[in-house]
Design a protein around this ligand. Structure first.
Ligand SMILES: O=c1nc[nH]c2c1ncn2[C@H]1C[C@H](O)[C@@H](COP(=O)(O)OP(=O)(O)OP(=O)(O)O)O1
Ligand SMILES: [Mg+2]
Length: 198
C-alpha cells in the first residue's frame, strides 16, 4: 500500500504516542510531530473524524511523511455525549486535572446507574497532505464514571473511567492491559488489518 516503516504521529500527547507505538510494534516507527513543529493545529471539526483528518493532513504537510492522527475523547451519557470532541478543552485548556475535577463536579449528584460513558478513538492515516482517501478506523470502550479518581497509570480521564470487564479504573490497569482493551486498541486493531500488519 505504501512504505510504512516510518509514520509521523500527528499528536502532542505523549500518552498517545506511547500507547500507539506499543500497539503498532517494531515494524513501524512512529515519529512525533513535535520533532518538526510545536504548533498545534486548531481542532475546528465537528466530529472526531474531521479533527483526526485535519490533524493528519497538517502533520503530513509539515513533515513530508505519511501521517497518523488520533482524535479521541470521553462521551458521557448523562451529559448528552459531552465533553466528546471537546474533552481536551473541557476545563478551558487547564489540563487533565482540571478536566477531571470539572467532570466529577458535573456528575456529583448523578447515581451510579446513570453514569455510563464511552471512550471514543478515531485514527486517520494519510499518505500525504492532500490524500483523497484517508484510512479511518474507530474504536469505542464502554464503561462508567467513578465518584473519585483511582489509579496512577495512563493519562487524561483514565483515573475516572471504570472498566467493568476488569473491575477497576482505566488508570489502575497495567499499560499492557489497557492496550488490549481500550478504544485506541480497538481502532488500532482495525488499522493493522487495513495495513496488512495484523
Ligand atoms: O485513553 C485515554 N485515556 C484517558 N483519556 C483519554 C484517552 N483518550 C483520550 N482521552 C482524553 C484526553 C483528552 O482530554 C481527550 C483527547 O483529546 P485530543 O484532542 O484527541 O488529544 P490531545 O489534545 O491530548 O492531543 P493531540 O490532539 O495533539 O493528539 O480525550
Ligand atoms: Mg487535541
Amino acid at each position: 500500500m505504501m512504505n510504512l516503516t516510518q509514520l509521523v504521529l500527528a499528536s502532542h500527547n505523549a500518552g498517545k504516542l506511547k500507547e500507539l507505538q506499543a500497539m503498532l510494534g517494531e515494524a513501524v516507527q512512529l515519529r512525533s510531530i513535535g520533532e518538526f513543529s510545536q504548533v498545534e493545529p486548531e481542532e475546528t471539526g465537528l466530529s472526531f473524524v474531521e479533527n483526526a483528518i485535519l490533524k493528519a493532513r497538517n502533520a503530513a504537510r509539515i513533515s513530508g511523511l505519511p501521517a497518523l492522527a488520533d482524535d479521541s475523547g470521553l462521551a458521557v451519557d448523562y451529559l448528552g455525549g459531552a465533553p466528546g470532541i471537546y474533552s481536551a478543552r473541557y476545563a478551558d485548556g487547564k489540563g487533565d486535572a482540571a478536566n477531571n475535577a470539572k467532570l466529577l463536579e458535573a456528575l456529583k449528584d448523578v447515581p451510579q446507574e446513570q453514569r455510563g460513558a464511552q471512550f471514543v478513538c478515531v485514527l486517520a492515516l494519510v499518505r500525504h497532505a492532500d490524500d483523497p482517501l484517508p484510512i479511518l478506523c474507530e474504536g469505542l470502550w464502554h464503561g462508567s464514571i467513578l465518584f473519585a479518581a483511582s489509579g496512577e497509570h495512563g493519562f487524561g480521564y483514565d483515573p475516572l473511567f471504570w472498566v467493568p470487564e476488569r473491575n477497576c479504573s482505566s488508570a489502575d490497569l497495567a499499560p499492557v492491559d489497557k492496550n488490549q482493551l481500550s478504544h485506541r486498541a480497538r481502532a488500532m486493531a482495525l488499522l493493522r488489518q487495513r495495513l496488512g500488519l495484523a
